[in-house]
Write a protein that binds this ligand. Structure first.
Ligand code: TYC
Length: 113
């Protein structure tokens, strides 16, 4: 993609001075990224959360246990950063899996600054 810029033509006064659209530097805007957040609650078993983090976020048992404890203590943690489509898929997978097991676990996404 190219960024465009309006410029005046360099004709002397009295001659045609119509504005022209010229190409300047190439513009490559990267798509936004989204943080996937896991929220604490009082009922979802710790081992279930650990399993979710292993299953849907590719964490080792040790990594998953550590993140689960962070959520348990702090109330929320970022469990991954993805494109909009992948983040939506992860949130859907976690919410669906929790619902099927009748746990109130909540997972959301938030655009990165
Ligand atoms: N607080 C829950 C408990 O004590 C454990 C838990 C951790 C729940 C992380 C949700 O995202 C969560 N059983």
């Amino acid at each position: 993609m190219l960024e465009n810029q309006w410029m005046m033509s360099d004709k002397p006064d009295g001659e045609d001075d119509a504005s022209v659209l010229v190409q300047t530097r190439p513009k490559t805007k990267r798509p936004p990224l989204y943080k996937v957040l896991l929220l604490n609650d009082d009922y979802t078993p710790m081992e279930f959360v650990v399993h979710v983090l292993e299953r849907f976020f590719g964490m080792t048992h040790a990594e998953a246990f550590e993140i689960m404890l962070t959520v348990h203590k702090k109330g929320v943690a970022v469990v991954g950063v993805f494109s909009h489509e992948i983040a939506e898929t992860k949130v859907g997978q976690v919410m669906d899996f929790a619902r099927r097991h009748q746990h109130p676990l909540q997972c959301t996404m938030e655009r990165e600054e």
